[in-house]
Design a protein. Structure first.
Length: 269
């Protein structure tokens, strides 16, 4: 299923939208958080005339499951250049995600580069990286990798191939939507949560990292082809791990940034 179809929303009333969390866009039964956030952002965008997301923060309150959801949107501010929208994604009788985001017209944004002091991640091309293919049997890799194309830099892939993991909690690679579908701002939001956790790439006794909060800054409104992605973690303390993500298009232009806070659970937890 194309991402645009899987993340589509339909107006059902003033400030209310319906959507469906598609089958196979999950990890062990829990719908992917970045995918859920992209759906909420799409509803929020439509509530202010289709303005593009600039920054969206989501707090995940319960796991999402395959099936229908309702999104309630509240326009907090609708200004000349920027709009601020709050949303709640509801499944059954439970709120499963709350977001707050800023949205703008792409044509009003200044695209001049005044500073860019981190170069694109130095990784091999997609053809030389390790594709993640969903398992025929078992739960890992999960079925969501049959819906998208994610390829891991061999230097950071050991923890996903059964080999001894590297020392650093670092994952880098390439993300692409199948059928050359355009990477719109909502696909960029989804890409921030489409890679395996950094903790899996390092030799840590961590088996589960459910997302608590995810913030995505969309720095460019559109991208095509492959995007180069890099995720790093610097602290695993107090039962939490953060992931900082950077995303560049094929021309080396920064298109998005992300920060995610996840709960740390041991492999037996």
């Amino acid at each position: 299923m194309k991402f645009r179809d899987a993340s589509g929303v339909k107006a059902v009333g003033e400030g209310w939208w319906s959507a469906s969390l598609a089958e196979d866009w999950d990890i062990v039964g829990n719908t992917n958080g970045g995918y859920m956030q992209a759906i909420s952002a799409r509803a929020s965008s439509l509530s202010v005339g289709g303005r593009d997301p600039v920054s969206v923060t989501g707090h995940f309150t319960r796991p999402g499951r395959t099936g229908p959801v309702t999104i309630e949107t509240e326009v907090v501010r609708h200004g000349r250049r920027f709009s601020v929208v709050r949303s709640r994604m509801i499944q059954g009788e439970s709120i499963i995600l709350e977001t707050l985001g800023t949205y703008s017209e792409a044509s009003t944004r200044d695209h001049e580069i005044l500073l860019s002091d981190i170069p694109p991640a130095d990784i091999p091309g997609p053809e030389s990286c390790v594709p993640i293919v969903p398992a025929i049997e078992g739960s890992f890799p999960p079925p969501i990798f049959g819906e998208i194309d994610v390829r891991i830099d061999p230097a950071t892939a050991a923890g996903f191939s059964g080999e001894t993991a590297q020392a650093a909690p670092l994952v880098a690679g390439w993300f692409h939507l199948k059928d050359d579908e355009e990477l719109d701002p909502f696909a960029l939001i989804f890409s921030s949560d489409a890679f395996p956790p950094t903790a899996f790439a390092a030799n840590f006794p961590i088996g589960w990292t459910p997302t608590l909060e995810l913030t995505v800054h969309v720095r460019a409104p559109r991208a095509t082809g492959w995007i180069r992605c890099q995720f790093k973690s610097h602290f695993i303390t107090g039962g939490f791990i953060e992931e900082d993500g950077l995303f560049w298009d094929e021309a080396g232009r920064l298109v998005a940034q992300s920060r995610q806070l996840a709960l740390v659970s041991t492999s037996g937890g």
